[in-house]
Design a protein around this ligand. Structure first.
Ligand SMILES: Nc1nc2c(ncn2[C@@H]2O[C@H](COP(=O)(O)OP(=O)(O)O)[C@@H](O)[C@H]2O)c(=O)[nH]1
Ligand SMILES: [Mg+2]
Length: 346
């Protein structure tokens, strides 16, 4: 089946000026640390499911517990019940439009399946939410060698942390990974990525603070080619002097990747912080101007009651959620499994 996220990566755009700058960049540095011991094998699934459940505690209280209370207090299934349920969804960051749609579907389902008891209603809501989160493209498409993941998003959402965790995850799957420190805006950002690279046991390519991010990516691509690595993960800045600067810089990074690796699978993953609720939806709209987004990473689902935003994001933007973060440890980012997520929520 054709993957709609695949073909756009093949465009060739020669950029003679860029390359000159890239090749003359000084201060580039590469650290090879991938001969460190392999990370521990994947923990059993129950481990992450437990952490997912724990992480979703507040969201569960905000959505499921309130739904349950309403269902208990309503003996019968009527219009008033639908209105109460609608209000719960709207106030739990699922967004107005998405909440209305879910309740509309619920009305139809209750009618067509002749659901008469609250327990049946609960199951029906659960099924509808699961269907809203399901997407055929939730897994990473990294079939080429090398392939590239570009991580974008505003400051503080969890880009660098997620890169460390994804590097660890891919490595546990036997992939050889390199990370590129293309957030050159602050020195601290480079240091932070370096710490994560060490933890995950992967190579890092970095330049000094303030250097051209595209040049870092260019060097990292050469590193990956010469080392025969499987996946390059690029960190990027979340803030520059202006939003326009940032968008232009990101576009340039994509041009370099497409030019140097015209055949490569490229995953453009936007990181969104679940605690920002509906704001995440508008961030996604802004960043989709830079490059077609192939997926989302929703971080910080632990510690927020706003986890319902995931349903809103998915149904308003129709971009698959590929990873979710439920904590700050290496294992706290996992591929998104809609069925498991809904199970943990209910
Ligand atoms: N609780 C929690 N904290 C997270 C998660 N992901 C990232 N963080 C924290 O969010 C903060 C910002 O992360 P960072 O990766 O530096 O964001 P960046 O600016 O987008 O690169 C750090 O303190 C991270 O530890 C998560 O899933 N859960
Ligand atoms: Mg960062």
């Amino acid at each position: 089946m054709a993957n709609r996220w695949f073909n756009w990566g093949k465009k060739k755009e020669p950029e003679p000026e860029d390359i000159k700058a890239d090749q003359t960049t000084a201060n580039n540095e590469t650290e090879e640390i991938s001969d460190q011991p392999e990370p521990a094998p994947d923990k059993p699934k129950a481990g992450f499911f437990g952490r997912l459940k724990e992480g979703l505690k507040k969201t569960r209280e905000s959505i499921t517990h309130r739904i349950d209370q309403v269902l208990v207090s309503f003996g019968k299934v009527d219009e008033e019940l639908f209105e109460e349920l609608e209000e719960i969804l709207i106030t739990s960051d699922m967004g107005m439009e998405t909440s209305l749609r879910i309740i509309d579907e619920l009305r139809q389902k209750v009618k067509s399946e002749k659901i008469i008891d609250p327990k049946g209603v609960r199951q029906a809501i659960k099924d509808i939410i699961a269907s809203k989160l399901t997407d055929e493209n939730t897994s990473l498409k990294l079939d080429t060698k090398p392939s590239v993941i570009v991580i974008i998003g505003v400051n503080g959402v969890g880009k660098t942390t997620s890169i460390g965790k994804i590097a660890h995850y891919l490595r546990s799957k036997g992939k050889k990974v390199t990370v590129a420190a293309a957030d050159t805006f602050r020195a601290a950002a480079i240091d932070q990525l370096e710490i994560w690279a060490k933890r995950a046991g992967v190579d890092i390519v970095k330049h000094s603070e303030g250097s051209d991010p595209s040049a870092v990516v260019f060097d990292a691509i050469n590193h990956v080619k010469s080392k025969g690595a499987d996946v390059l993960i690029c960190d990027t800045a979340g803030r520059l002097h202006t939003k326009k600067n940032l968008m232009e810089e990101l576009k340039k990074i994509f041009r370099i990747i497409r030019r140097e690796l015209p055949e490569a699978d490229i995953e453009t993953l936007l990181v969104l912080d679940a605690t920002t609720g509906q704001n995440a939806v508008s961030q996604a709209k802004t960043f989709s101007e830079v490059s077609e987004l192939s997926g989302l990473i929703l971080t910080k689902l632990d510690g927020t009651a706003k986890g319902g935003v995931i349903v809103s994001i998915k149904s308003e933007l129709n971009i698959p959620v590929k990873f979710i973060g439920v904590g700050e440890q290496m294992d706290d980012l996992q591929p998104f499994n809609p069925a498991e997520f809904v199970e943990a929520l209910f």
